[in-house]
Design a protein around this ligand. Structure first.
Ligand code: SF4
Length: 235
């Protein structure tokens, strides 16, 4: 599989979309994963396609102990090439007074540096995760500092029930706190348990207007959708 346009990709199974991204951008594609939600589906799929693709794990320094332990177990079980990325400085409890700045220092800046080595970025975000993600496409052409970056979201059109059905059917391990009232795990100071009927990410930055850390908004989406042959993105 080498040639697809965005419309074709939109209708493929996530495994096929992922395989396309790995093959098309071989050596220039990375996946990011938090290990804090059902996005482990994507890591599981990747392990069946190519275990050498870098899986970037953003260690903000404020993750739950269970997250670090689970990251270790999952990576070993599936033979993933996990790359730990950390912030350049420790801003302390900045999350109490300026969470946007805290996210910039602990998440966005280190991720932007890490992604500088790649032309394609695969992540597990989905449309049904909340209002801020409802327009997410399977492939999106973005720019970072004037450099093109293709964002690939193989799970964009899967809903929460479908993702969890896949996890159960394939007996994929998931974060232990997801069985203890949490539905999405981030940094411990900014994550709470969710209640029945709340959205998957309702427990993130609860009580604040903030809904995104900036990781999925710091790149500039190109005005024209990627509708032509995406392999043209190759240099
Ligand atoms: S999620 Fe909270 S603690 Fe983590 S980087 Fe953002 S503001 Fe800071």
């Amino acid at each position: 599989m080498t040639m697809h346009d965005a419309d074709t990709l939109r209708h493929l199974h996530p495994a096929a979309i992922l395989a396309w991204a790995v093959e098309t951008f071989r050596g220039r594609v990375a996946m990011t994963i938090s290990f804090g939600g059902p996005g482990v589906v994507l890591a599981h799929l990747l392990s069946r396609i190519d275990q050498t693709v870098p899986v970037i794990f953003l260690d903000t320094g404020l993750l739950f102990e269970e997250t670090y332990a689970f990251r270790q177990r999952f990576a070993e079980r599936y033979g993933l090439h996990v790359v730990d990325v950390r912030p350049a400085e420790d801003p302390g409890p900045l999350y109490e007074t300026d969470p946007d700045r805290c996210c910039t220092i602990r998440k966005v800046d280190p991720m932007a540096r890490a992604l500088g080595d790649y032309d394609a970025w695969v992540s597990a975000i989905r449309r049904d995760q909340g209002e801020s993600r409802r327009d997410v496409e399977v492939v999106e052409q973005h720019e970072v500092d004037g450099r093109p970056l293709l964002k690939v979201h193989p799970l964009a059109h899967w809903d929460r029930a479908t993702v969890w059905r896949y996890i159960v059917e394939h007996e994929i391990p998931y974060h232990p706190l997801l069985d203890r009232g949490y539905t999405s795990l981030g940094c411990w100071p900014c994550t709470r348990r969710t209640h029945a009927g709340e959205g998957e990410r309702a427990g993130r930055w609860s009580g604040r207007a903030k809904t995104e850390c900036g990781l999925h908004t710091f790149t500039a989406r190109a005005s024209a959708p990627a509708t032509t042959s995406l392999t043209e993105a190759r240099p």
